[in-house]
Design a protein around this ligand. Sequence first.
Ligand code: AMP
Length: 302
Amino acid sequence: MSILVVGSVAFDDLKTPTKQAENVLGGAATYFALSASFFTDVNVVAVVGEDFTDKERQVFDERPVDLSGLETMKGKTFRWGGEYSSDLTQRKTLFTELGVFESFQPRIPDHFRKSSLVFLANIHPTLQLDVMKQVEQPRLTGADTMNYWIERTPEELASMLKSIDVLVINDEEARQLAGEHNLVKAASNIRSMGPSTLVIKRGEYGVLCFREKERFATVSFPLETVVDPTGAGDSFAGGFMGYLANREAQDDRVVRQAIIFGSVLGSFCVEDLGTERLQRLSRDEVYERYQEFKDLTDFASL
Ligand code: AMP
C-alpha cells in the first residue's frame, strides 16, 4: 500500500511565543508525508528550488518516503512566514514568497501512478484535477483547500470536489464553502458537492466527520505544552489518510480510528517548532497516545 501526496514543500520562518526560527523545513506535503509515513509508504510530488539541500532531504530519508517526484527547478523554494499571538489562537501570515511554486505543474512519475491512495494538499484546484487525470484508479482520494481558492476559483473548485471521496478542511473553510454558519447544515451542503466523507478540523476543539449515515466527533488531545500549531492540519490529514492506506476496509469504524490517528499526529506536531517533534517521533509513541486517546474518550466501558 502507498499514498501519493501532492502539495507544498517549503522553508518557513516561524515566530511563536516561546520559540522562533528561520528557514525551517515546512510545507503541507512535508507535514503530511512525515505523519503518513508511520503507517504506509509515501510518494511525494512537489517542487523545490536550488536552495533545497541534502540536509532537508535527509529528514525524509529516515522514513518510507519516496522523493523521486520532488522536482528541483531553477529559482527559490516556496517560503512562508507566520507569527502567533501570545495565546496561540491567532496567526498572522508575515509573507508568502511563491518562488518556483508559482510555476508548479505536478508531473506524476509512472511508478507513482498506481498509488492506492491520493491526497491533494492545498494547491490550485485545476492542478488538483490535473493530478486526478494522471493517476490510475486510486482506492480513495482526499483533498484539502483554502479560503483563497473558495473565493477566487469557485468553478474549478466545484469540478475538483466532484472527483474526490474525502474533503479535509477547517471549520472556517467549511462555513465559507457552504455559505452556511451551522456546521451540520454546511456538511450536508458540502457532501452534496461531491465528497462522500467530510472531515472538519476545529483546531484545539477537535474534529467532526460526516459520512452517509455516520457522524463522529472527537476532541483534540489535551496537551500541557503547545509550542507551534503550524502544520497541525496537514499532520492530521497525513495520519488520517496514512492509516486508511494501511487498512483494506474503509467502513465507519476504520474511518473513526483513522480520525483518532490523525488527531494523534496533529497533537505531536504542535509540541515543538516546525517538524521538530515529528522528526523525533517513534511508532511506539504514536500507538501509546492512540491508547491514551481511547481511555480519554471512553465513557461506556468503565
Ligand atoms: P497549516 O498550519 O496547516 O496552515 O500549514 C502550514 C504550512 O503550509 C507551512 O509549512 C507553509 O509553508 C504552508 N503554506 C502556507 N501557505 C501556503 C499556500 N498558500 N500554499 C501552500 N502551502 C502553504
